[in-house]
Ligand binder design. Structure first.
Ligand code: SF4
Length: 228
């Protein structure tokens, strides 16, 4: 994966973390790379980080939160940040718009699923869209073609695809969402989904988020068993 990333030119950005408004979608391989970095953290920081990710999982249908890895304008896993983070601002505007359309369709689908459960998500969340960023500059005035970005993305998907059957399972069952995976590791998949539904419905009817804070503050580190 690092070899694939090394094909991308270095870039400078003036906007400073505007693009970190969401936790990007990722392949299983990228999720595992982030988990590896979580495992390298001190126990206390990892617990704080995992709770933050799980809080994000519960709250992302009701509000736009920053990416949980963003802290004081710094990315805590910058070394292992996802392909989506690296490619933002490098796509041509045209391809970025097409990708935005795909993402809008996925969000509309998700909105319909929530509606079938009797929950109407806030319009500002469903319609949230990151504008195209014209402020990323490639070092040395280099230029990157969409083709190279697509090849890099395909290559990472292909390497991740070797993790059979987990790669596909991560896309299909966890919607390529590390926060969902960690919530499921902590609570069990069914319980995580059920709690999310209860929390979202509760917040939308009362505006009160104390319940989610109470639940998350009691969670143990779901990665503790993986540390040596
Ligand atoms: S992983 Fe890092 S670079 Fe990517 S969106 Fe989150 S904070 Fe930003």
């Amino acid at each position: 994966m690092n070899e694939a990333y090394s094909q991308l030119p270095s870039a400078r950005c003036r906007r400073r973390t505007y693009c970190c408004s969401l936790l990007p979608e990722m392949s299983l391989l990228e999720a595992l790379s982030a988990v590896q970095q979580l495992l390298e953290m001190k126990a206390e920081q990892r617990l704080w980080m995992n709770r933050r990710l799980i809080r994000y999982f519960f709250l992302n249908p009701v509000e736009i939160l920053s990416c949980p890895f963003l802290e004081s304008e710094n990315c805590l896993i910058y070394r292992n940040r996802f392909f989506g983070c690296r490619a933002y601002g490098l796509w041509t505007e045209e391809l970025y718009r097409k990708k935005g359309e795909q993402s809008r369709k996925a969000k509309t689908l998700s909105q319909h699923q929530w509606q079938r459960l009797g929950v109407s998500l806030p319009e500002e969340v469903v319609n949230f869209h990151l504008d195209y960023c014209p402020y990323v500059e490639l070092e040395g005035g280099a230029f990157v073609e969409d083709e190279l970005l697509l090849q890099t993305s395909d290559r990472i998907e292909a390497i991740s695809g070797e993790l059979v059957p987990w790669h596909e399972k991560f896309h299909q069952e966890y919607f390529s969402d590390l926060s969902f995976l960690l919530a499921s590791m902590s609570l069990g998949l069914q319980r995580a989904v059920q709690l999310k539904f209860e929390i979202v419905r509760h917040i939308l009817s009362t505006g009160n988020k104390e319940k989610v804070d109470r639940i998350v503050d009691k969670l143990d580190d779901p990665l503790a068993n993986l540390t040596t």
